[in-house]
Write a protein that binds this ligand. Structure first.
Ligand code: NAP
Length: 325
């Protein structure tokens, strides 16, 4: 059997639709009918750099076939999952330790925004330690990860200063709990206990100088594509003793399922509001990839897979009947 999926083209379109063999899940994997997926800047950058692996890390949908080893949810259950690759497709196999069950009040198109961006934000804040009452500076705050960081950090009680070049995006960050929004790092009123940096270039060095003595910078990205630049002697005349710690969210992949469940609970309880800048039919994936690349999307970009293609009702009903028999 074959399914429809996006594969890299190696040209400016980045991806094209193609027919590929249906996935054959491992014993510990559930087969998911994808209902929605989201695209992240990091994935777009990888495609633009010529990476050829099937794209797609963030998916939400329904279990078509439960895992053969008995782990995870039954056929018919709605889930959100974080996978290595291949999620921009009708169906995908997902290790059951990397998915979480969705309650009715969290739609698939909302849940699809949670994996890469939400997991990164959660893990950055864990790495930041106790931030209640602490002063936090976030660069790239209007991005997919940034929106989650602002709302989660403010919810914990941190005093958040968010950097975004766009005033309209700044208003949303204030609504999510930011204390202050500035258009450039130089305008931020420090010193800060923690800086979370994702832009790179000169922004990295400017943000470092906003730390207090003994402050911590968590460094997780380079959205500008420019390597981080900093002046050691300027640090000597400023915060002096600082710690810079890089963080890669995938080092905690064994916690994906439990961390996704935490994020889903926060959304269901109304404590976390995924910011969906654009939502479109998956046929529009190449256009949306270009928009993410051009910095035109606020927060997360989501693609929906029509049920008739995703194996929605008829095939799902068959799967549910087969598992009940
Ligand atoms: N280490 C990890 O595990 C990990 C995990 C996830 C993401 N990342 C990386 O973290 C970065 C942010 O990811 P994301 O998904 O949140 O990206 P995103 O949604 O594209 O957000 C990036 C934000 O950075 C701001 N920005 C400032 N200068 C920029 C420039 N020159 N080019 C592009 N954006 C610029 C933009 O805000 P304004 O236009 O409003 O200023 C934009 O909203 C990316 O580099 C990504 O690869 C790393």
């Amino acid at each position: 059997m074959s399914i429809t999926a996006f594969r890299p083209t190696g040209d400016d379109a980045l991806v094209a639709v193609t027919e590929v063999d249906a996935p054959t899940p491992r014993p510990d994997e559930a087969l998911i009918a994808v209902e929605a997926f989201s695209v992240n800047r990091g994935e777009v950058l990888l495609l633009a750099s010529g990476r050829q692996e099937p794209p797609g890390k963030d998916v939400a949908g329904r279990v078509l076939q439960a895992a053969r080893d008995g782990s995870g949810p039954a056929a018919g259950t709605r889930v959100v999952a974080h996978i290595e690759h291949g999620g921009w497709a009708e169906q995908v196999g997902v290790p059951t330790i990397r998915l979480a069950v969705l309650p009715d009040e969290v739609p698939s198109e909302v849940a699809a925004t949670l994996p890469l961006a939400g997991l990164t934000a959660l893990r950055l804040l864990r790495a930041a330690g106790g931030i209640a009452g602490r002063r936090l500076l976030l660069t790239g705050a209007s991005g997919g990860v940034g929106h989650y960081l602002v709302e989660l950090a403010a919810g914990i009680g941190a005093k958040v200063t968010a950097v975004t070049a766009t005033p309209q995006r700044g208003e949303r960050l204030l609504a999510l709990g930011a204390d202050a929004v500035v258009a450039a790092v130089e305008d931020a009123e420090g010193p800060f206990d923690v800086v979370i940096e994702s832009v790179g270039g000169d922004v990295f060095g400017q943000a470092l100088l906003k730390l207090r003595r003994d402050g911590l910078m968590l460094w997780y990205g380079q959205a500008s594509l420019e390597p981080a630049r900093a002046d050691f002697f300027a640090v000597g005349q400023g915060p002096v003793d600082v710690t810079v710690r890089s963080l890669w969210y995938w080092t905690e992949a064994d916690r994906d399922g439990e961390d996704l469940a935490t994020l889903v609970d926060l959304v269901a309880a109304g404590h976390l509001h995924p910011e969906i800048g654009e939502i479109a039919d998956w046929a529009e994936t190449p256009r949306l990839l270009a928009a993410v690349r051009e910095r035109q999307v606020r927060g997360n970009a989501v693609l929906t897979v029509p049920p008739v293609i995703s194996g929605g009702s008829p095939r799902l009903e068959q799967a549910v009947r087969a598992s009940a028999a």
